[in-house]
Design a protein around this ligand. Structure first.
Ligand SMILES: C[S@@+](CC[C@H](N)C(=O)[O-])C[C@H]1O[C@@H](n2cnc3c(N)ncnc32)[C@H](O)[C@@H]1O
Length: 193
């Protein structure tokens, strides 16, 4: 069944799309802080970051709830002649997510902050805890709640993120990126158990 994300990708109403991966990620890789490993991009969209990671020597996997986005991601990987693995799944479905195996690195550029606070975010965390190995790294980008003047995703509050993740994760780095239209949080975390 078609969902709102499919509609966005079909109509091109996807202001989040970019031809380049986030600079926080590329810097961590260039500084050798993040090294090639088995990585999953949660809510990978059309696969720009997954393709970049494959080109950098990672075993790169991406998942997304949108069939349209995953189809575009597969075409992008094939046109760039890199091996990537894409899954069209809902990350809240832990029993399905667990079938894709375990990862040393998980990244999320804008998926978590799109989920409504409450049960959806708890399900997300269950899935993340299931597929990310102990000591694995997790990179999260999310908008602050209401930072787009009521438009866009629900967003997050810092204390919500930090409380939700505190049992199983420690924060290695946190950036608060303040721009005229939005406040963006970037978290670099490590799974501690
Ligand atoms: C704001 S977009 C960001 C896409 C991509 N990370 C990027 O930076 O271009 C959020 C993405 O999360 C996906 N998504 C939303 N809810 C999801 C879920 N429950 N499981 C998997 N993907 C989901 C959407 O289809 C969409 O591609």
């Amino acid at each position: 069944m078609i969902n709102v994300w499919d509609l966005a990708y079909l109509t091109g109403l996807t202001p989040w799309e970019s031809d380049t991966p986030p600079s926080e990620l590329t810097e961590l890789i260039e500084k050798n802080i993040i090294k090639p490993c088995r990585v999953i991009d949660i809510g990978c969209g059309t696969g720009t970051t997954v393709v970049y990671l494959a080109e950098k020597g990672f075993e790169a996997h991406g998942l997304d709830i949108s069939t349209v986005a995953i189809s575009k991601a597969r075409k992008k990987a094939s046109s760039r002649m890199v091996k990537c693995t894409f899954y069209n799944i809902d990350f809240r479905e832990t029993s399905i997510v667990r079938r894709i195996g375990e990862f040393e690195l998980a990244i999320d550029v804008g998926c978590f902050h799109s989920l409504h606070p409450g049960i959806d975010r708890i399900k997300y965390l269950n899935s993340l805890n299931t597929i990310l190995k102990k000591d694995g790294k997790y990179l999260l980008w999310c908008f602050k709640k209401n930072s787009l003047g009521g438009f866009g995703p629900p967003g997050v509050e810092e204390d919500e993120v930090e409380n939700l993740f505190k049992d199983n994760f420690k924060i290695i780095e946190k950036h608060v990126i303040d721009t005229p239209f939005r406040i963006l949080f970037f978290y670099f975390m490590q799974k501690i158990k």
